[in-house]
Design a protein around this ligand. Structure first.
Ligand code: ZN
Length: 286
């Protein structure tokens, strides 16, 4: 299953797995978590006990037009992911959405697996914004983090930023907004630091229904229960733990949906329920 569909008020949300790279040892993704701690969570691993996150993004169709929440890994081939190729464009085609129909691209953060489709080469091979009519949006802290070019950023993230994000800024289509801003009616940023210092979720609201696109607050549904676990890509693990605890405490049992691009399709959108002094993930039927 490469695509999920959920309705939130007047918003139609498609969760798209742009790519699904080869499964890896969970100890590689969560180096601080002992092997046996995964035993109760085996349903979220492959039959061989491996971890296989989707590399996903979300398309939201509604009164604000077509809003893309993050932009996948791109057409590829992506060397870092074993020459993986993204499928977003094919899925947009199937939904009847042309590149020119996308009105906004909202970035939660600028890791390489969230920006890949931002730009494509033109006939001369120069990189141009993929969505010619879209306003691309990023929060101020996230932009500042990448502009500062920290040494802590791994090379493949840095390379993607320069190759596909920079051309959007050069073309004048990138808008840097204050953290917590509402760049589109009904789409408000919310600070969720951890994966990057400027990492934000996006709270979409429509006729009273709400969905928080929580991006890389979690990389696996297990992290709703095991909110102390940190994925190795978290730049600020302690901040990530604090963000998870705050969000789950606030949104549990409120009817607000949460959406995670790295969860498997079909379990990528759901609710958090309070359970036994902690929380558990309850996917909604896609
Ligand atoms: Zn990610």
């Amino acid at each position: 299953m490469d695509i999920s569909r959920t309705t939130v008020g007047r918003l139609e949300i498609f969760g798209i797995a742009d790519a699904r790279p080869a499964p890896v040892d969970p100890a590689r993704s969560y180096p601080d978590v002992p092997r046996e701690a995964w035993t109760p969570h085996a349903r979220w691993l492959t039959a061989e006990g491996l971890f296989r996150p989707d590399l996903g993004c979300f398309v939201v169709r509604g009164p604000a037009g077509v809003v893309l929440v993050d932009a996948g890994i791109g057409p590829g081939p992506v060397a870092y992911l074993g020459e993986a190729r993204g499928t977003l464009r094919r899925h947009l085609d199937a939904l009847g959405i042309g590149l020119a129909d996308v009105t906004s691209v909202l970035f939660t953060h600028l890791h390489f697996d969230h920006v890949g489709w931002a730009s494509l080469p033109d006939a001369q091979g120069a990189m141009r914004p993929s969505f010619p009519n879209a306003r691309y949006v990023v929060g101020r802290s996230e932009w500042a983090f990448w502009e500062a070019s920290p040494q802590s950023v791994m090379a493949h993230h840095r390379e993607a930023f320069e190759r596909v994000v920079r051309p959007v800024a050069v073309a004048g289509q990138l808008v840097v907004v204050e953290d917590g801003a509402e760049p589109i009616d009904g789409f408000a940023y919310r600070r969720l630091p951890g994966n990057t210092p400027g990492h934000q979720g996006i709270l979409a609201t429509s006729v009273g229904a709400r969905c928080l696109f929580a991006a890389d607050l979690c990389h696996c549904p297990v992290q709703v229960r095991e909110w102390r676990w940190s994925h190795r890509s978290d730049v600020e693990p302690e901040a990530g733990r604090a963000s998870r605890r705050a969000v789950f405490g606030e949104l549990a049992d409120t009817g607000t949906l949460l959406a995670f691009g790295h969860f498997p399709r079909g379990a990528d959108i759901g609710e958090v329920h309070a359970d036994g002094g902690g929380w558990r993930w309850a996917p909604v039927a896609g």
